[in-house]
Write a protein that binds this ligand. Structure first.
Ligand SMILES: Nc1ncnc2c1ncn2[C@@H]1O[C@H](COP(=O)(O)OP(=O)(O)OP(=O)(O)O)[C@@H](O)[C@H]1O
Ligand SMILES: [Mg+2]
Length: 248
Protein backbone atom coordinates (compact mmCIF):
# COMPACT_ATOMS: atom_id res chain seq x y z
CA UNK A 1 0.00 0.00 0.00
CA UNK A 2 1.08 3.57 -0.74
CA UNK A 3 1.57 6.66 1.39
CA UNK A 4 0.05 9.99 0.34
CA UNK A 5 2.49 12.84 0.74
CA UNK A 6 1.41 16.43 0.22
CA UNK A 7 4.12 19.06 0.61
CA UNK A 8 3.59 22.81 0.75
CA UNK A 9 0.67 22.67 -1.67
CA UNK A 10 -0.49 26.00 -3.08
CA UNK A 11 -3.63 26.20 -5.17
CA UNK A 12 -5.41 29.04 -6.94
CA UNK A 13 -8.77 29.38 -8.65
CA UNK A 14 -8.82 31.98 -11.41
CA UNK A 15 -5.49 33.22 -10.05
CA UNK A 16 -7.00 33.77 -6.58
CA UNK A 17 -4.96 31.87 -3.93
CA UNK A 18 -7.10 29.35 -2.03
CA UNK A 19 -4.55 26.95 -0.52
CA UNK A 20 -1.49 28.64 0.94
CA UNK A 21 0.91 25.79 1.68
CA UNK A 22 -0.72 22.59 2.88
CA UNK A 23 1.42 19.66 4.01
CA UNK A 24 -0.10 16.33 4.98
CA UNK A 25 1.15 12.74 5.09
CA UNK A 26 -1.31 9.85 5.19
CA UNK A 27 0.16 6.39 5.69
CA UNK A 28 -1.66 3.18 4.70
CA UNK A 29 -4.53 2.32 7.04
CA UNK A 30 -4.57 5.74 8.68
CA UNK A 31 -7.75 7.77 9.06
CA UNK A 32 -7.31 11.55 8.95
CA UNK A 33 -10.22 13.89 9.66
CA UNK A 34 -10.05 17.39 8.20
CA UNK A 35 -12.27 19.94 9.88
CA UNK A 36 -12.49 23.72 9.58
CA UNK A 37 -14.86 26.60 8.93
CA UNK A 38 -16.83 26.98 5.69
CA UNK A 39 -14.68 28.20 2.83
CA UNK A 40 -11.37 27.29 4.46
CA UNK A 41 -10.26 25.15 1.51
CA UNK A 42 -11.17 21.58 2.47
CA UNK A 43 -13.00 20.69 -0.76
CA UNK A 44 -10.34 22.53 -2.73
CA UNK A 45 -7.73 20.18 -1.25
CA UNK A 46 -9.87 17.16 -2.15
CA UNK A 47 -10.51 18.30 -5.72
CA UNK A 48 -6.88 19.24 -6.26
CA UNK A 49 -5.66 15.80 -5.20
CA UNK A 50 -7.71 14.43 -8.08
CA UNK A 51 -6.49 17.20 -10.40
CA UNK A 52 -9.86 18.78 -11.11
CA UNK A 53 -8.96 21.18 -13.95
CA UNK A 54 -10.51 24.23 -12.23
CA UNK A 55 -7.84 24.16 -9.50
CA UNK A 56 -4.45 25.51 -10.56
CA UNK A 57 -1.51 24.05 -8.67
CA UNK A 58 0.71 27.05 -7.98
CA UNK A 59 3.33 25.23 -5.93
CA UNK A 60 4.20 22.18 -3.88
CA UNK A 61 4.02 18.47 -4.57
CA UNK A 62 1.50 15.64 -4.20
CA UNK A 63 2.61 12.03 -4.36
CA UNK A 64 0.79 8.78 -3.81
CA UNK A 65 3.48 6.15 -3.48
CA UNK A 66 5.55 6.63 -6.61
CA UNK A 67 2.78 8.39 -8.53
CA UNK A 68 3.44 12.10 -8.99
CA UNK A 69 -0.08 13.48 -8.89
CA UNK A 70 1.01 16.96 -10.04
CA UNK A 71 1.81 15.55 -13.46
CA UNK A 72 -1.22 13.28 -13.81
CA UNK A 73 -4.77 13.55 -15.15
CA UNK A 74 -7.85 12.56 -13.16
CA UNK A 75 -8.35 9.24 -14.95
CA UNK A 76 -4.73 8.21 -14.37
CA UNK A 77 -5.09 9.14 -10.70
CA UNK A 78 -8.18 6.94 -10.44
CA UNK A 79 -6.06 4.05 -11.73
CA UNK A 80 -3.70 4.40 -8.76
CA UNK A 81 -6.58 3.35 -6.48
CA UNK A 82 -7.46 6.81 -5.18
CA UNK A 83 -11.15 7.54 -4.92
CA UNK A 84 -13.13 10.68 -4.11
CA UNK A 85 -16.66 10.77 -2.73
CA UNK A 86 -18.05 14.17 -3.67
CA UNK A 87 -19.65 16.74 -1.37
CA UNK A 88 -22.25 17.30 -4.08
CA UNK A 89 -22.63 14.14 -6.20
CA UNK A 90 -23.72 14.95 -9.76
CA UNK A 91 -26.60 13.27 -11.57
CA UNK A 92 -25.71 11.30 -14.68
CA UNK A 93 -28.65 10.76 -16.96
CA UNK A 94 -28.78 7.38 -18.68
CA UNK A 95 -25.95 5.86 -16.61
CA UNK A 96 -27.00 3.54 -13.82
CA UNK A 97 -25.07 2.85 -10.63
CA UNK A 98 -24.52 -0.67 -11.92
CA UNK A 99 -23.11 0.46 -15.29
CA UNK A 100 -20.92 3.10 -13.76
CA UNK A 101 -19.33 0.61 -11.41
CA UNK A 102 -18.85 -1.98 -14.13
CA UNK A 103 -17.04 0.58 -16.32
CA UNK A 104 -15.00 1.86 -13.35
CA UNK A 105 -13.86 -1.67 -12.56
CA UNK A 106 -12.83 -2.43 -16.11
CA UNK A 107 -10.97 0.89 -16.43
CA UNK A 108 -8.90 -0.26 -13.49
CA UNK A 109 -8.20 -3.54 -15.22
CA UNK A 110 -10.26 -5.74 -12.92
CA UNK A 111 -11.69 -8.71 -14.78
CA UNK A 112 -14.83 -10.04 -13.14
CA UNK A 113 -17.65 -11.76 -15.00
CA UNK A 114 -20.85 -9.75 -15.32
CA UNK A 115 -22.76 -12.37 -13.31
CA UNK A 116 -20.31 -12.29 -10.42
CA UNK A 117 -20.18 -8.52 -10.54
CA UNK A 118 -23.97 -8.10 -10.38
CA UNK A 119 -24.23 -10.70 -7.64
CA UNK A 120 -21.61 -8.95 -5.52
CA UNK A 121 -23.18 -5.58 -6.16
CA UNK A 122 -26.64 -6.76 -5.11
CA UNK A 123 -25.26 -8.31 -1.93
CA UNK A 124 -23.40 -5.16 -1.06
CA UNK A 125 -26.45 -2.97 -1.75
CA UNK A 126 -28.57 -5.21 0.44
CA UNK A 127 -26.11 -4.97 3.31
CA UNK A 128 -26.33 -1.19 2.98
CA UNK A 129 -30.14 -1.33 2.92
CA UNK A 130 -30.38 0.02 -0.62
CA UNK A 131 -33.22 -1.49 -2.68
CA UNK A 132 -32.14 -3.42 -5.81
CA UNK A 133 -34.06 -1.09 -8.16
CA UNK A 134 -31.69 1.64 -7.02
CA UNK A 135 -28.88 -0.03 -8.97
CA UNK A 136 -30.56 0.26 -12.34
CA UNK A 137 -31.85 3.81 -11.97
CA UNK A 138 -29.90 6.69 -13.55
CA UNK A 139 -27.09 7.69 -11.20
CA UNK A 140 -28.24 10.21 -8.60
CA UNK A 141 -31.26 11.26 -10.69
CA UNK A 142 -34.06 11.84 -8.23
CA UNK A 143 -32.04 10.19 -5.46
CA UNK A 144 -32.64 11.73 -2.06
CA UNK A 145 -29.68 13.49 -0.43
CA UNK A 146 -28.92 10.49 1.74
CA UNK A 147 -29.33 8.04 -1.16
CA UNK A 148 -26.73 9.93 -3.17
CA UNK A 149 -24.28 9.61 -0.30
CA UNK A 150 -25.07 5.91 0.03
CA UNK A 151 -24.43 5.46 -3.71
CA UNK A 152 -20.98 7.01 -3.15
CA UNK A 153 -20.26 4.59 -0.32
CA UNK A 154 -21.44 1.68 -2.44
CA UNK A 155 -18.82 2.70 -4.98
CA UNK A 156 -16.14 2.71 -2.29
CA UNK A 157 -17.15 -0.72 -1.12
CA UNK A 158 -17.16 -2.17 -4.64
CA UNK A 159 -14.03 -0.63 -6.09
CA UNK A 160 -11.45 -1.81 -3.54
CA UNK A 161 -9.62 1.52 -3.41
CA UNK A 162 -6.27 2.18 -1.71
CA UNK A 163 -7.10 5.67 -0.54
CA UNK A 164 -10.48 7.35 -0.20
CA UNK A 165 -11.36 10.97 0.34
CA UNK A 166 -14.83 11.50 1.79
CA UNK A 167 -15.97 15.08 1.36
CA UNK A 168 -18.80 15.56 3.86
CA UNK A 169 -20.17 12.13 3.09
CA UNK A 170 -21.77 12.19 6.53
CA UNK A 171 -23.83 15.35 5.94
CA UNK A 172 -27.52 14.64 5.50
CA UNK A 173 -27.31 11.02 6.57
CA UNK A 174 -29.71 9.52 9.08
CA UNK A 175 -28.22 7.72 12.06
CA UNK A 176 -28.59 4.24 10.52
CA UNK A 177 -26.90 5.34 7.31
CA UNK A 178 -24.16 6.93 9.37
CA UNK A 179 -23.51 3.60 11.07
CA UNK A 180 -23.36 1.87 7.68
CA UNK A 181 -20.85 4.41 6.40
CA UNK A 182 -18.83 3.90 9.58
CA UNK A 183 -18.89 0.14 9.12
CA UNK A 184 -17.72 0.33 5.49
CA UNK A 185 -14.96 2.82 6.27
CA UNK A 186 -13.69 0.74 9.19
CA UNK A 187 -13.55 -2.28 6.89
CA UNK A 188 -11.45 -0.27 4.45
CA UNK A 189 -9.11 0.82 7.26
CA UNK A 190 -8.68 -2.74 8.43
CA UNK A 191 -7.58 -3.66 4.90
CA UNK A 192 -4.89 -0.99 4.96
CA UNK A 193 -6.86 1.60 2.98
CA UNK A 194 -6.05 5.22 3.85
CA UNK A 195 -8.99 7.49 4.59
CA UNK A 196 -9.32 11.26 4.56
CA UNK A 197 -12.65 12.37 5.92
CA UNK A 198 -13.71 15.98 5.59
CA UNK A 199 -16.46 16.74 8.06
CA UNK A 200 -18.14 19.39 10.18
CA UNK A 201 -19.54 16.97 12.71
CA UNK A 202 -18.19 15.03 15.60
CA UNK A 203 -21.05 12.56 15.39
CA UNK A 204 -19.50 10.71 12.41
CA UNK A 205 -16.27 10.36 14.39
CA UNK A 206 -18.21 8.21 16.83
CA UNK A 207 -18.36 5.55 14.12
CA UNK A 208 -15.11 6.31 12.31
CA UNK A 209 -12.17 6.55 14.69
CA UNK A 210 -9.68 9.08 13.28
CA UNK A 211 -5.96 8.61 13.99
CA UNK A 212 -5.42 12.32 13.36
CA UNK A 213 -7.59 15.43 13.24
CA UNK A 214 -6.51 18.55 11.34
CA UNK A 215 -7.98 22.02 11.35
CA UNK A 216 -7.91 23.93 8.10
CA UNK A 217 -8.22 27.71 8.12
CA UNK A 218 -7.59 30.16 5.28
CA UNK A 219 -6.01 27.50 3.12
CA UNK A 220 -3.63 26.18 5.77
CA UNK A 221 -3.60 23.41 8.33
CA UNK A 222 -3.29 25.48 11.49
CA UNK A 223 -3.49 22.65 14.01
CA UNK A 224 -3.17 18.87 14.03
CA UNK A 225 -3.90 16.50 16.86
CA UNK A 226 -5.50 13.25 17.88
CA UNK A 227 -9.16 12.44 18.21
CA UNK A 228 -9.64 14.66 21.27
CA UNK A 229 -8.99 17.70 19.09
CA UNK A 230 -12.41 17.11 17.52
CA UNK A 231 -13.98 17.31 20.99
CA UNK A 232 -12.10 20.52 21.76
CA UNK A 233 -13.44 22.00 18.52
CA UNK A 234 -16.97 20.99 19.40
CA UNK A 235 -16.73 22.56 22.84
CA UNK A 236 -14.96 25.80 21.98
CA UNK A 237 -15.38 26.31 18.22
CA UNK A 238 -12.57 27.37 15.89
CA UNK A 239 -11.87 30.79 17.40
CA UNK A 240 -9.67 29.37 20.16
CA UNK A 241 -7.23 28.12 17.51
CA UNK A 242 -7.45 31.11 15.22
CA UNK A 243 -6.60 33.55 18.04
CA UNK A 244 -3.60 31.46 19.12
CA UNK A 245 -2.44 31.38 15.54
CA UNK A 246 -2.66 35.19 15.18
CA UNK A 247 -0.80 35.81 18.43
CA UNK A 248 1.94 33.32 17.72
N1 LIG B 1 -14.92 28.36 -8.69
C1 LIG B 1 -14.55 29.19 -7.71
N2 LIG B 1 -14.34 30.50 -7.97
C2 LIG B 1 -13.95 31.36 -7.00
N3 LIG B 1 -13.76 30.98 -5.72
C3 LIG B 1 -13.94 29.70 -5.41
C4 LIG B 1 -14.37 28.73 -6.37
N4 LIG B 1 -14.47 27.53 -5.77
C5 LIG B 1 -14.14 27.74 -4.47
N5 LIG B 1 -13.84 29.03 -4.26
C6 LIG B 1 -13.47 29.65 -2.99
O1 LIG B 1 -12.45 28.91 -2.37
C7 LIG B 1 -12.59 28.92 -0.97
C8 LIG B 1 -12.51 27.51 -0.44
O2 LIG B 1 -13.64 26.77 -0.86
P1 LIG B 1 -13.84 25.25 -0.47
O3 LIG B 1 -15.00 24.73 -1.23
O4 LIG B 1 -12.55 24.52 -0.64
O5 LIG B 1 -14.18 25.37 1.09
P2 LIG B 1 -14.60 24.24 2.14
O6 LIG B 1 -13.60 24.33 3.24
O7 LIG B 1 -14.78 22.94 1.47
O8 LIG B 1 -15.99 24.81 2.70
P3 LIG B 1 -17.34 24.03 3.17
O9 LIG B 1 -17.07 23.61 4.57
O10 LIG B 1 -18.36 25.13 3.12
O11 LIG B 1 -17.61 22.93 2.22
C9 LIG B 1 -13.93 29.62 -0.68
O12 LIG B 1 -13.67 30.94 -0.29
C10 LIG B 1 -14.64 29.57 -2.02
O13 LIG B 1 -15.51 30.67 -2.19
MG1 LIG C 1 -16.43 21.74 1.11
Amino acid sequence: METLEIKNLKVAIDHKPILNGVSLTVAPGEVHAIMGPNGSGKSTLAQTLFRHPKYEVAGGTMRFGRAKLNEMTTDKIAQTGMLLAFQYPQSVSGVSVQNLLKVAQSVRGERVSVDTFVKNLKQKAKSMRLPAEFLTRSLNEGFSGGEKKKAEILQLAMLAPKLVVLDETDSGLDVDALKIVGREVNKLKKNGVSVIIITHYNRVLKYIEPDFVHIMYHGRIIKSGRKDLAHTIEKGGYNQFIKTKQKG
